[in-house]
Design a binder for this molecule. Sequence first.
Ligand code: 5GP
Length: 127
Amino acid sequence: MAYVYDDQNIFARILRGEIPNKTVLETEHSLAFHDIGPQAPCHVLVIPRGAYVSYDHFTAEASDAEILDFSRAVGEVCRMMEVSPAGTGQGYRLISNTGDHGHQEVPHLHVHVLGGRSLGRMLEALD
Ligand code: 5GP
């Protein structure tokens, strides 16, 4: 298993401060910001600060502190964006597209937090 990370990807550039972002949450190991092309009223991306291309890369090589921080950051964003049904929200969906079949555009691990409207069924069924 060989994980390859391209440090010129757009999220690496955001992390280096080369490209602006609309920040939602900053933690020691994670950053959350609004997606530039929102597909729902809430569309926030949560990324680790470390150089990881995918969730499987992250969980194979990140420290426990990074994994804990990232996991908590995702949950915190759900609460902050008021999409949690435990608060005033009506639910949300977490998506982490990976590789060609996952249609991943940006090769830095990110979790999409989508909510604020009904999101329909998860996937179209196979024929
Ligand atoms: P993916 O298909 O890799 O899961 O999604 C990448 C997401 O990154 C897309 O939803 C796209 O709109 C978003 N995105 C791409 N470039 C930028 C950018 O420069 N800034 C922000 N905030 N989002 C971006």
